[in-house]
Every structure is written in structure tokens, then in C-alpha cells.
Design a protein around this ligand. Structure first.
Ligand SMILES: Nc1ncnc2c1ncn2[C@@H]1O[C@H](COP(=O)(O)OP(=O)(O)O)[C@@H](O)[C@H]1O
Ligand SMILES: [Mg+2]
Length: 434
């Protein structure tokens, strides 16, 4: 055995699960051998997709008597490609054992074989495996396909990416505008925040937060996916692999589809269009939660304004320069022909999150959630006249909800007082009722 060789010893039962039943595990129980700088293909599975076969019997009934028929089929049958990102592809597959659709993610074929990429993929699987939250896509299993490509199995999200939602809104699709009011978009964003808040509490930074990595299911569930660049605090020290990888994506114009640029050289990780300035400077080792805060606020800015703040930048280097220098314009100043102006308090919230200096941002995702809930409930510090009007309106409505009899009782008085007097009385009443 060579000195630079790492053996991964799998228990016999695990090796059997990973390999096709028609092919015995290798004589010494070794499932994979990795050498420094390259990755050898893992042991191949059997014919057809998945390399694994079903375990559960089929249940048939002869009259009322159940009969168990053992006929091993391929465990996973690929149906179609769901999406491709910079590094991986995700396919819809059928799990023939549990009888449900699942999503399988594997590396793009051209990226297989590099130990650095493979190591990051293994890391993605393990980081995701530790995250257990309703707003994070759950992972079910791992495997190796007949071509020797590792894959992992996750919940199939029957829905669409936030990127697609933004595209439809930016195109002025009336159905999407009906469905995604500013309030609903804020609710979606709050769910993204809850997933990331949980990850941060586990010591995990996502580092690639963008609309293409958020999905909304058909029943409104919001999940953060693609933890391929995620990094847990404890692993940072012993995992210098990242700095060899680069996935670069230029921002999208208002209506143009995303312009995908990819390179495997350099030392940047992530998508510059959504990166924090410190991430764009390559300060990978010292990034903290506030880097994700920046990316989240860029995403929210685009979700509300329907335009990326760097739209129009040609290519990656212009885009990176924009991340470092171009301020994100206040969201209420970005006009769209398809919607009214972005509410001022949400615009202030975003501006606070996209300070170029991390010290000037929301200090955590928890702080963001608290502030967004306060805005939603009309309890925000007054920063401008629009905010004040909204706040008064929201407080009035809450007071009416809580004390509707009293409020209705004085409603008749308003008719005789005229509008100005009525407003004064109403304010006093709201203050008195709390
Ligand atoms: N669990 C899933 N269910 C349905 N579609 C998915 C799922 N995971 C990913 N996708 C689709 O595949 C695309 C790429 O997946 P992602 O994990 O972001 O890969 P990459 O690392 O290559 O960017 C996503 O943008 C989405 O459209
Ligand atoms: Mg992705």
C-alpha cells in the first residue's frame, strides 16, 4: 500500500448496501481508496441506475391473503434532470423501495476525479446531514451509481426556485404578482432566515445564498438548498480545500437569463453577484455570519425590487469590483413598471444589511428576524413619514382587533368631529388602549 493512500474501511453491512447485490464487496472490505491530489472511482455497482437494489418485498393479495414477492429491482430510477449548478446536477428519481420521488445530487461528470472537488462534495453531504430543520432540504441517503459516481439522496421539492419566481415577477406575470405581494415575499424571506439562523446556531455558514439555492414547494414550504460551499466552524481549521475552487456567476439583467460563467482557477468561492465584499476579497478563513447576512439582504433586495443591484455588469471582474465598491441603492428608489414602490421600512432593513463594512450590518440573522417581525407587526422605529403613517395604521388595526366594541362605540362620534378631529381622537384612543 502506498504511503499517501487513505483507506476507508466500511462495515460489511454498509458495503453490501452501497454495492449491488450481484457484486460482492472487495475481499478486504475496502470501499474506496483516495490518493493525494486525485480521487479514484469508487467501486462500481451493478447494472442499471443506482447500483443498489430494493430490499422490501412486493405485497400481493391472493383473495385476502397477503403474499410477499421478493423481486429485487433497481433502488433508484433516474427520470429527468431537475437542475444544474456550477458544480453538481440534480436529477429526479424514483425510490422503488419506499415508492416515492426523490432528488439525487451528484457532481458534474467533468468534475469527477479531482480529490479537492470530491472532498468538498463529501463535506457537503456531511454538513447537510447534520442540519435538521424544516427550512433546510433534508438528506435521506448516500450511494454510488453504476458509473462509480457518488450521489446523495434528498427530499424532492416539487416546486420552483426563488430565482424563477423573481424572473416571473420581473417579466410582469400577473399571476405571480397576485401570488407574491410584498407581504408574501417577506414571509418567504423570513423562512429562509429561519433555516439560516438554525445553520448558524450549529456553527455552519452557507456562503452561497442566492435565489437559485432557495426553493418554494407547491404548498408554500420554503427550503434552503445547495450547501456545497457551506463550512462548519470546527472544520474550517482542518479543511483548506476550498481555496482551490471557484464558481463564478455574473448577475442577471432585469429580463435576461442568468449569465453563467465558470472557472476552476483562482481563490474565490461562491457567486460574486451575491457575495459579501469580504468574501469577494477571498477572506475565506475569517468570514462570519455577517457575510451570509450581506448575501441574504442582496437576495431580499432583488426579490423586492426585481432587479439585481449589479445588473448590467459585464463579466466576473466587473462584478467583483461592483461588490467591493458599488453601494446597493435603497430599494424604494428602484422603480419597476410592474409594482408599486418597495415599502420604506423594508428598504431601510435591507440597506442596514448591505453595508460594505461588516461592522455596519445586522449583527446576526436572529437580529434580522426580530427586526423583520417588528416591521411586519408595525412596531418599527420611526425613520420617515411613510413609516410613521404605516405604523399608525397598523397600531390602529391592532387596537380595533383587540377592543373592537370600544372602538366601534366611538365610531359614531367621528362623524360629528370631522376627519382631523377624528384622527386625533383615534390616536389618543390607541395610546390609551395600548
Ligand atoms: N431537492 C430538490 N428538489 C427539486 N429540485 C432541486 C432539488 N435540489 C436541487 N434542485 C434543482 O437543481 C438546481 C441545482 O441544485 P443545487 O443543489 O443548487 O446544485 P449546484 O451545487 O450545482 O448549484 C437547483 O437550482 C434546483 O433547480
Ligand atoms: Mg446551486
Amino acid at each position: 500500500m502506498q504511503e499517501d493512500t487513505t483507506q476507508v474501511q466500511a462495515p460489511a453491512s454498509l458495503a453490501q448496501t452501497l454495492l449491488s447485490p450481484v457484486e460482492a464487496p472487495s475481499h478486504d472490505g475496502t470501499t474506496q481508496v483516495l490518493r493525494g491530489g486525485e480521487a479514484e472511482a469508487p467501486a462500481r455497482g451493478g447494472a442499471a441506475s443506482g447500483g443498489r437494489s430494493t430490499i422490501l418485498p412486493r405485497v400481493e393479495f391472493v383473495g385476502e391473503v397477503p403474499r410477499l414477492v421478493v423481486d429485487a429491482r433497481d433502488r433508484f430510477e433516474a427520470a429527468k434532470v431537475l437542475g444544474r449548478g456550477g458544480v453538481g446536477e440534480v436529477v429526479l428519481a424514483r425510490d422503488n423501495d419506499i415508492e416515492r420521488p426523490v432528488a439525487l445530487k451528484r457532481l458534474l461528470p467533468e468534475l469527477e476525479g479531482g480529490a479537492a472537488i470530491m472532498a468538498r462534495f463529501v463535506e457537503e453531504i456531511r454538513v447537510l446531514g447534520r442540519l435538521d430543520h424544516p427550512n433546510i432540504v433534508p438528506i435521506h441517503d448516500v450511494g454510488v451509481d453504476p458509473d462509480g459516481r457518488y450521489f446523495y439522496v434528498m427530499k424532492y421539492v416539487d416546486g420552483e426556485t426563488l430565482e424563477h419566481v423573481i424572473e416571473r415577477l420581473a417579466a410582469g406575470d400577473p399571476e405571480y404578482h397576485q401570488r407574491y405581494s410584498f407581504e408574501r415575499r417577506t414571509e418567504v424571506f423570513l423562512q429562509v432566515l429561519r433555516g439560516v439562523q438554525y445553520a448558524h446556531a450549529q456553527g455552519v455558514l452557507h456562503r452561497d445564498l442566492k435565489p437559485a439555492n432557495v426553493m418554494i414547494g407547491r404548498f408554500g414550504e420554503v427550503v434552503v438548498m445547495d450547501w456545497g460551499l457551506a463550512r462548519s466552524r470546527e472544520e474550517s481549521a482542518r479543511f483548506p480545500v476550498d481555496d482551490k475552487l471557484t464558481t463564478l456567476t455574473a448577475p442577471r439583467g432585469r429580463r435576461a437569463p442568468a449569465d453563467k460563467l465558470r472557472t476552476m482557477e483562482g481563490s474565490l468561492l461562491g457567486t460574486p453577484a451575491y457575495m459579501s465584499p469580504e468574501q469577494a476579497r477571498g477572506e475565506v478563513a475569517t468570514l462570519d455570519e455577517r457575510s451570509d447576512v450581506y448575501s441574504l439582504c442582496v437576495m431580499f433586495h432583488e426579490l423586492l425590487t426585481l432587479e439585481h443591484y449589479l445588473a448590467g455588469k459585464a463579466g466576473v471582474s466587473e462584478c467583483v469590483a461592483g461588490v467591493l465598491r458599488d453601494p446597493v441603492p435603497p430599494a424604494y428608489m428602484v422603480a419597476s413598471p410592474h409594482q408599486s414602490g418597495v415599502p420604506a421600512e423594508l428598504a431601510h432593513f435591507i440597506t442596514h444589511g448591505v453595508a460594505k463594512d461588516a461592522a455596519g450590518r445586522h449583527r446576526s440573522v436572529t437580529a434580522m428576524i426580530d427586526q423583520l417581525l417588528a416591521i411586519r407587526d408595525g412596531k418599527v422605529p420611526v425613520q420617515c413619514s411613510a413609516t410613521m403613517m404605516k405604523r399608525m395604521g397598523a397600531e390602529t388595526m391592532h387596537a380595533v382587533d383587540r377592543h373592537h366594541r370600544v372602538v366601534l362605540g366611538v365610531a359614531g362620534v367621528f362623524a360629528t368631529l370631522g376627519l382631523v378631529g377624528a384622527a386625533t381622537v383615534l390616536r389618543a384612543l390607541v395610546a390609551a388602549l395600548g
